[in-house]
Design a protein. Structure first.
Length: 311
């Protein structure tokens, strides 16, 4: 039975916690090795295919360097290289790659594309971002929160901004792990009610709460961390001018941070636009953990590849 990771909900609470434990262990091992190669190089002789329809810095380099550090090899395939769905059908891309590589990570426009890859692949497929979720990001964010607070259960994470892929994965994974997630978003950009309903079911099981509001102040009240993302995601660039005035009241700046817990962390998945969704003062300020989040992409993605391969 091949194990895929298309959504944070593909792992239950126990598995998600084990994955974070493993990421933390790999992080410690990597530092002990002088940030070099992991002892035993467990991925030696193995290849990860990176099928990317959209740009990436963090996701791509975290997977590529992670494979190098584990002794394996990444093969990066941009839209120009394989023109998935054009030059070759999505099922045929999956069938071919399965014959050569041990894992596939795919960054795609439509969630249905990662589902199709998974359906026709005989090796694990990882969702490296789609329109619905960004599960690798949420794992890194939970590891970052756990490192700073020593726990996840009972924390309040406020997400302020667009109810997008990053927001969805934070809602679902936070709810799985006992984090109270509050989303503050403009009326027309609230997260998908179906995702919110699923998060509420998970939150009931983990003794957490889900709050969805159009008030940024209500979302950040007593929060341990305040998170935001770009106002226009990849593929929505043409909407940027229309979105800007709608999102202005949702900027995470010093005034909004002052309404959260006095030691609240500032979080962003990056790339960030200083002065738009988050002020430069907050991004570069003492409570910002954004580059810890970025680093933790490396550790969780290594843990994920090993776990999905049953290693
Ligand atoms: N946060 C994140 O996924 O960054 P990239 O788009 O650069 O991979
Ligand atoms: N919501 C953003 C996240 C980028 C990492 C996007 O989809 O472009």
């Amino acid at each position: 039975m091949v194990r895929h990771f298309l959504s944070v909900t593909d792992m239950n609470r126990e598995e998600s916690e084990a994955l974070l434990d493993r990421a933390a262990a790999l992080k410690a091992e990597w530092y002990a090795a002088g940030r070099g190669v992991h002892p035993g190089m467990p991925m030696q002789g193995r290849t990860l295919a990176l099928v990317f329809e959209k740009p990436s810095l963090r996701t791509r380099v975290a997977f590529e360097s992670g494979m190098t550090q584990l002794g394996g090899h990444p093969s990066y395939l941009s839209a120009n290289d394989i023109d998935m769905g054009g030059r070759e059908s999505v099922p045929d891309v999956a069938r071919n790659l399965s014959r050569w590589v041990q894992v596939i990570a795919a960054r795609v426009f439509k969630h249905s594309t990662v589902e199709t890859l998974a359906r026709y692949s005989s090796v694990p497929v990882i969702n490296a971002l789609c329109d619905v979720e960004h599960p690798c990001q949420a794992l890194a964010d939970m590891l970052t929160l756990r490192e700073h607070f020593g726990r996840l259960q009972g924390l309040k994470l406020a997400y302020v901004g667009d109810g997008n892929n990053v927001c969805n994965s934070l809602l679902l994974l936070g709810a799985t792990l006992g984090v109270n997630v509050a989303v503050g978003a403009p009326q027309d950009y609230l997260p998908d009610p179906e995702i919110v309903a699923r998060a509420e079911v998970l939150a009931a099981e983990s003794d957490a709460t889900i709050t969805v509001t159009t008030s940024p102040s209500e979302a950040v009240a007593d929060a341990h961390a305040v998170y935001t993302d770009v106002w226009a995601s990849m593929g929505q660039e043409h909407e940027a001018a229309r979105r800007r005035p709608v999102f202005e009241p949702y900027r995470v700046d010093a005034a909004l941070m002052a309404q959260a817990n006095s030691s609240a962390l500032a979080m962003h998945c990056l790339p960030a636009h200083r002065g738009e969704e988050m002020s430069a003062e907050v991004i570069d300020g003492p409570r910002s953990v954004i580059f810890d989040q970025a680093e933790n992409r490396l550790h969780v993605q290594k843990a994920l590849v090993l776990t999905l391969l049953g290693m």
